[in-house]
Each structure stands twice: as structure tokens, then as C-alpha cells.
Design a protein around this ligand. Structure first.
Ligand code: SAH
Ligand code: SF4
Length: 409
């Protein structure tokens, strides 16, 4: 089905510099592809290739779309609005297979993490991603991945240490939402007309594994399936895409996609950001903030969220907080402080709570909403930046150490 894409090619100098890794572009998809997650245009094309006459195509796509994304059907026999003959033709060529769950973990706080196995393997390693569901009182947020691993190497992020990288297809991106609705039994609550707040998955954040703006087309097409008002129907205002700062693609998030933007800032000087987010050497702060200032559709009602990970003794002084406020002057913004989540082998510590509060106060007093993101699912390594699908590489001792660390904090 849709081919994997790299929207902005990593350049050779950046590869040599150790800023980026090159994604694997070839892998073998399933012999009989699934229709789940397929964008409308690709679905129309697939049906046309089966010989469905052009005047019927629109209606058939609509019927299949409804069955897949409103009712959540799992086999063609349940597509009762279609003629029997068409159902069997579809079953001859396609499946309605979901992403395959390799492991499911439930945290003490109700967070769920799914390890998903995708088609393809490299040197015997399966392609795997993680997808995390975070229930809260007023919403349920699904954190989805955009790549297997990540081409970038942020020094505080577990995903960045993973070698293997491949872009997800649009189907695999939308497929994560379908899978969550299945596993949570969310189809009923998500039916048309139901209040968005009643759904278990009411919000989506593209903050799992990978850099979404290095896989722009697939992310755009997958999120358009997620936001489709006649299907999964999660409004674009409830979808947030987080980028580490791929400047050339930032404007496209506003102009071609229209979802909310979050930017992983983490430092107020180029010197420190070069170290924490090495992509900064390619797109430094001035260029990043210019792209934010010019973000299409930016207004007080549509602010950019700036994420700032709290690293003890590294970026958490009150002078940093004041510099942060100065840096963002004039940009309609929210500042999201993220307590650092540790992982085995990480060289940083999380700032003390007292420091996080004082930092947050400075930001708040300057007029910014500054929520501190409560770490969720730390005991199952599901919190921000802890995702790394090669879980088998953790020794039993490392796992125990981590669990203890998470539960005592
Ligand atoms: N690649 C994108 C989106 C995925 S990362 C990006 O970098 O924005 C989602 C968020 O988690 C980012 O803000 C990232 O900086 C943050 N993060 C990564 N590792 C973390 C860690 N160990 N603790 C806390 N936050 C982390
Ligand atoms: Fe990639 Fe984001 Fe992790 Fe950086 S923080 S390595 S961009 S997933």
C-alpha cells in the first residue's frame, strides 16, 4: 500500500556529524494487505483496481469507511451494507488485520502500553513501536509513534539510542488509533453524535517514538484518517504533533494538516541545545523560533506548546526560566514542563520538585500557562522519552532497577 517516505532527506553532512541516522526505506509488507488505516484516496484506488465501476466507487468507499471507523468491524462478513459478492471479492484481496500486539502492559496508574510488531525486520530484529494510552479524569490521550526508533539522537531520550529506524506508513499511524479503540472497547462511546469527552480515546498526541516531521506525508495522511469527521472523528484541535524542530516542515503542520503544534525546546541557548537536541546544530534556535512566529494559523486561541524537560543542574536554574520567557516573547505559547523520566544508562537526573515548582512560578508570573506534566506509566517505561521497542535488550536486573526507581520517586 502507501510507500514509506522521508519528507526531508537527512543530509550527508548531518549523517557524518552524528546528528541523524538514515532510515531503512525497504521492507516487505504483508502479502495480503489490510484495509485498516488506509487513506480515502488509496482506498478508492484499491477498490477501482478490483474493477468496481467508477460511478459506484464513492458510495462503496463511504460504506467501507463507516464500517471500519464508526462500527469498528473486524471481518468482511460484518460489512452488511455491501453486497455479498463484493464482500467476498474484498476478502480475496485484503484483510482487516490490526497491528499485531507483541505485549501489553498496564501501569499502577492505569496507563497502558502496547508493544506493536510491524511487518519487516532488519538483521533478525523485528520492527516494533510503542503506543501508550493515558486515561485522565477529563480526557483519554493516546500517544502514537511516527517511526520505528528515531533518526535523531537527543541525549536525554531513550528512543534516540535505538539504531534501527524506519518510517511508519499512514496505515500504521492511523492503525494505532483503531487498535486502541478495539482494545479499550471504545467503539460504542465513539459513535457519531456521542460527546467527545465520553470517549476513552478523546485526544491524540504524536509524541511516541520518532520524529514526525521526518515522515511528514505519512503522518499527514494518517492523521487525516484519524480526524475524518465521517470516521474516527477526533477533531484536529484534539490532535497535537510534537517536533524536535525540523524547521523546513513546521509551516506545513499548519498549512497542510491543521493540528496543534508542540515544539521540544528544552534549552534557551544554542550551546546547550546543541548538546541536548543535536538537530539544533542544523536548525538553531533563531531559525526555530522564526518558524514558530510565522506558524500558519497561530493565535491566542491556537497557541504553540513549548516542551521543556527538567534536567537537574543542566537547564533548570531560575535564570534559565527568565531567559525562556524572554525568548518566547511575542509568540502565543503554552509552556509544558516535563519532569525528566529516567531510563537505564541515562546520564541525567530529574530536577527536584521544589525547583520545578519555582521554575514554573517564574513562567506563570510572566503570563504563561505552565502545567507540569505528571509522569505517567513510569513503572512500565511508558512515560515521555522512555519508549524503546527493543525491550528485550534490558537485562532482568535493569528492569528491576527501573521499576524500583519509578515506584520510589
Ligand atoms: N520526536 C518528537 C516527538 C517524540 S518525543 C520530539 O522530540 O518532539 C516527545 C517528547 O518527549 C519530546 O518533548 C521529548 O523531548 C520528550 N522526552 C524525550 N525523552 C524524555 C525523557 N527521558 N524524559 C522526559 N521527556 C522526554
Ligand atoms: Fe527522537 Fe524526539 Fe527522542 Fe529526540 S526526543 S531522539 S527527536 S523521539
Amino acid at each position: 500500500m502507501s510507500a514509506p517516505s522521508a519528507a526531508v532527506e537527512p543530509d550527508i553532512a548531518a549523517l557524518a556529524d552524528g546528528i541523524e541516522k538514515r532510515p531503512v526505506e525497504k521492507y516487505v509488507g504483508p502479502a495480503k494487505p489490510s484495509l485498516v488505516g488506509l487513506p480515502r484516496a488509496a482506498l478508492t484506488e484499491a477498490l477501482g483496481a478490483l474493477g468496481i465501476p467508477a460511478p459506484q466507487l464513492r458510495m462503496r468507499v463511504q460504506q467501507i469507511w463507516q464500517a471500519l471507523y464508526v462500527r469498528g468491524v473486524q471481518n468482511f462478513a460484518e460489512m452488511t451494507t455491501l453486497p455479498k459478492q463484493l464482500r467476498s471479492l474484498l476478502a480475496d484481496h485484503f484483510t482487516l488485520a490490526r497491528l499485531q500486539i507483541a505485549a501489553e502492559q498496564v501501569s499502577v496508574d492505569g496507563t497502558r502500553k502496547w508493544l506493536l510488531r510491524l511487518p519487516g525486520d532488519l538483521e533478525g530484529r523485528p520492527h516494533e513501536i510503542e503506543c501508550v494510552y493515558i486515561p485522565e479524569t477529563d480526557r483519554g490521550t493516546l500517544c502514537i509513534s511516527s517511526q520505528v526508533g528515531c533518526t535523531l539522537n537527543c541525549s536525554f531520550c531513550h528512543t534516540g539510542t535505538q539504531r534501527l529506524v524506519r518510517n511508519l506508513t499512514a496505515e500504521e499511524i492511523a492503525g494505532q488509533v483503531v487498535l486502541a479503540r478495539d482494545r479499550l472497547g471504545d467503539w460504542q462511546a465513539a459513535a457519531p453524535g456521542a460527546e467527545p469527552e465520553k470517549r476513552l480515546v478523546s485526544n491524540v498526541v504524536v509524541m511516541g517514538m520518532g520524529e514526525p516531521l521526518y515522515n511528514f506525508e505519512a503522518v499527514r495522511d494518517g492523521l487525516n484518517v484519524v480526524a475524518d469527521g465521517e470516521g474516527l472523528s477526533i477533531s484536529k484541535r484534539r490532535i497535537t504533533l510534537s517536533t524536535s524542530g525540523v524547521v523546513p516542515n513546521i509551516a506545513r503542520v499548519g498549512s497542510e494538516l491543521g493540528v496543534m503544534l508542540a515544539v521540544s525546546l528544552h534549552a534557551v541557548t544554542d550551546e546547550l541545545r546543541d548538546e541536548l537536541v543535536p538537530l539544533n546544530r542544523k536548525y538553531p534556535l533563531r531559525e526555530l523560533l522564526d518558524a514558530c512566529r510565522n506558524f500558519p494559523g497561530l493565535s491566542n486561541a491556537r497557541r504553540i506548546t513549548f516542551e521543556y524537560v527538567m534536567l537537574k543542574g543542566v537547564n533548570d536554574s531560575l535564570a534559565d526560566a527568565r531567559a525562556l520567557v524572554r525568548l518566547l516573547k511575542g509568540i502565543p505559547a503554552k509552556i509544558n514542563l516535563i519532569p525528566f523520566n529516567p531510563w537505564p544508562g541515562s546520564k541525567y537526573e530529574c530536577s527536584d520538585w521544589e525547583r520545578i515548582e519555582r521554575f514554573s512560578e517564574v513562567v506563570f508570573n510572566a503570563g504563561y500557562a505552565s502545567p507540569v506534566r505528571t509522569p505517567r506509566g513510569r513503572d512500565i517505561l511508558a512515560a515521555c522519552g522512555q519508549l524503546k521497542s527493543e525491550t528485550e535488550t534490558l537485562s532482568a536486573r535493569e528492569r528491576l532497577a527501573l521499576r524500583a526507581m519509578a515506584l520510589t520517586e
